[in-house]
Design a protein. Structure first.
Length: 374
């Protein structure tokens, strides 16, 4: 039930509060007019204007609190005392306190508590209204306002906790894929999965280490941050999982942690888009950048490593082969293995590079991805 209530849009909640407050104020003015007075249109207008302020209480909490207090004072200057101050002010007080305006909330509450007390003391010397009545009003106001401010503090604390949880959630999702983060939060100790069919991409900025020696650390970091942030956006657009960066190398995978049948196509599209992004940029010295990309498709193992500064990582021959495709590739080109080529050859254009010696793997037939078929 509470979950359903939390899904109600804030404007609907505010409209409901405004209507409820308007009804409460109208009934109070009607059944409890001041001594010898009859409520007129002005009394209802002041009361209903305070109720209407509930509609914008979230957007301008302090302004609504001050406006409600001012309207109530105008109402009292009209010599009509039908409205019980805690009724129209309670919503504004709770909202302002929850928004962090504690001093103003306390000041307004004190005004409506201490005012009647001071007036009661004054009436002891020239009684025109029983001091005990005024004292009772002050105590009632104090009790109501105390409850309202406690409610406001509870709301503020809950919001602060929720914001902290959301911040922690965002930080966790910057480190781990969402399904893996959910499993960790559920208390799963060791996370290790086998994926029979994924595509892995490694990209490396050609000759960037040597070039960066002529630039300041700030320039190097700024260049890589700008470029890798663009890569992150491409990965997100393609629905791929960024695994990590190592220096000027970037690793991304498709088909995990949620399997998908078109992971090879998504990786190929990202590789082509990465070439476009790199071609538009330059190194800190102004020289054009080039990227070398390697891709392979096959089975991998994936899991979370470590308990401090943990990371989601991949292992297996597919990962090693994709890395070799990059390191044994051609500057400015996308080199893929035979099995990746077989997955993509109907929808993409390739040039056969031929058998090449690959360290630790012998000779391999590789292909260069040129573009998509029109």
């Amino acid at each position: 039930m509470w979950q359903r209530l939390r899904r109600i849009p804030a404007p609907v909640v505010d409209a409901g509060l405004a209507v409820a407050l308007a009804v409460a104020i109208t009934i109070q003015i009607r059944v409890a007019p001041g001594p010898g007075t009859r409520p007129d249109a002005f009394a209802y207008a002041c009361g209903l204007s305070i109720a209407a302020l509930a509609l914008v209480r979230r957007r301008w909490p302090l302004a609504v609190l001050l406006a409600s207090s001012a309207a109530l004072q105008i109402y009292y200057l009209s010599q009509d005392t039908s409205i019980y101050p805690a009724v129209p002010l309670s919503v504004a007080l709770a909202t302002a306190w929850a928004a962090g305006h504690r001093r103003w909330s306390l000041l307004i509450a004190a005004w409506y508590v201490l005012g009647p007390l001071a007036y009661a003391v004054f009436q002891l010397s020239a009684p025109t209204q029983p001091p005990l009545t005024l004292l009772g009003e002050a105590v009632s106001n104090a009790a109501m306002f105390a409850a309202v401010l406690v409610l406001g503090e509870a709301v503020r604390s809950r919001r602060a906790l929720q914001l902290e949880q959301e911040r922690s959630e965002r930080l966790l999702l910057n480190v781990l894929p969402a399904p893996i983060a959910a499993r960790l939060k559920q208390g799963e100790g060791v996370i290790a999965d086998a994926f029979p069919d994924v595509t892995v991409l490694f990209a490396d900025i050609v000759d960037f280490t040597r070039r960066s020696q002529r630039a300041s650390p700030a320039q190097v970091v700024a260049t890589l941050n700008e470029l890798f942030s663009a890569f992150d956006r491409l990965a997100q657009r393609q629905g791929l999982e960024k695994i990590k960066t190592i220096g000027d190398a970037y690793m991304v995978a498709g088909g995990l942690p949620t399997p998908r049948p078109d992971h090879a196509e998504a990786i190929a599209d990202m590789a082509l888009a990465m070439q476009v992004e790199v071609a538009r940029r330059a190194d800190p010295s102004g020289q054009p950048l080039q990227v070398r990309i390697g891709i392979d498709t096959g089975p991998v193992e994936a899991g979370v490593i470590g308990t401090a500064k943990f990371s989601y990582d991949l292992w297996g021959d597919t990962v090693n082969t994709a890395s070799r495709m990059e390191s044994h590739g051609i500057a400015g080109c996308i080199q893929v293995t035979e099995r990746t080529y077989q997955r993509l050859r109907d929808g993409y254009r390739f040039q056969r590079r031929g058998p090449i010696p690959v360290r630790g793997m012998g000779e391999m037939v590789t292909y260069v991805l040129v573009g998509r078929n029109r």
